[in-house]
Design a protein around this ligand. Sequence first.
Ligand SMILES: C[S@@+](CC[C@H](N)C(=O)[O-])C[C@H]1O[C@@H](n2cnc3c(N)ncnc32)[C@H](O)[C@@H]1O
Length: 230
Amino acid sequence: MKSEKIKKHFQKWAKDYDSSKRERIIPGFHDFYGAVVKMIPFKKGGRINILELGTGTGMLTEMILSCYSEAKLTGIDLTDEMLLQAERKLKRFKNRLILKRGDFSTTSFGSDYDAVISSLAIHHLTADGKKRVYKKIYKSLKKGGVFINADMVKSKSVSIQKTYLKLWEGFMRDGKVDEEYIKRRFHGAKKVDIYDTADEQLIWLKKAGFKDADVFYKYWNFAVFGGFKD
Ligand SMILES: C[S@@+](CC[C@H](N)C(=O)[O-])C[C@H]1O[C@@H](n2cnc3c(N)ncnc32)[C@H](O)[C@@H]1O
């Protein structure tokens, strides 16, 4: 997927992103993001170094920095408009937070991280792009480090996938999400979303070097999965 297309998509969306009330859009919102926070295997007061891919407006960033009081986090995002929202929202963490504009499919990450996290961003990459980024993530982690990705995946079954999408649409309608948004989600987003199954992605994680990889949480098309580095 061309980064320019994704950037344009999020430039348009940045101002309304948080006010769209993400709880009504993401089924199991608190458990979905909460699973990332809980799967980080370090002490809450530990001085850990975290890399976040696709920080956006800082939804997950805020949860992580609130919970891990001594953690330092570097967030990378393509879109200035999303980062601007994050910068405003996360002022109180400014001593522990670095926000960088960049494309995580092309920038190098270094090799100094205890945890790499991401939410709803890596699914914009093609299968080959995901495989490449998983290899970079593995290399960027210290021994004992962890990668946790909360993202959209597809079902192995075409008919179950259709059911999940119908259920999701119904979930948003029940939450009185704007019809315009729902239409955009199912048509506009098709151009920027590339879903792969969680099972395939676990295989790619293992090929990247992660010995232990698993799905930690799943609700329809929303899954949290990742791997631990020995
Ligand atoms: C749906 S938003 C998710 C934001 C946030 N993580 C959350 O959970 O609310 C996806 C974000 O990923 C960013 N993104 C997508 N592809 C990217 C890439 N290749 N490099 C950097 N950022 C990317 C977009 O700019 C956007 O801000």
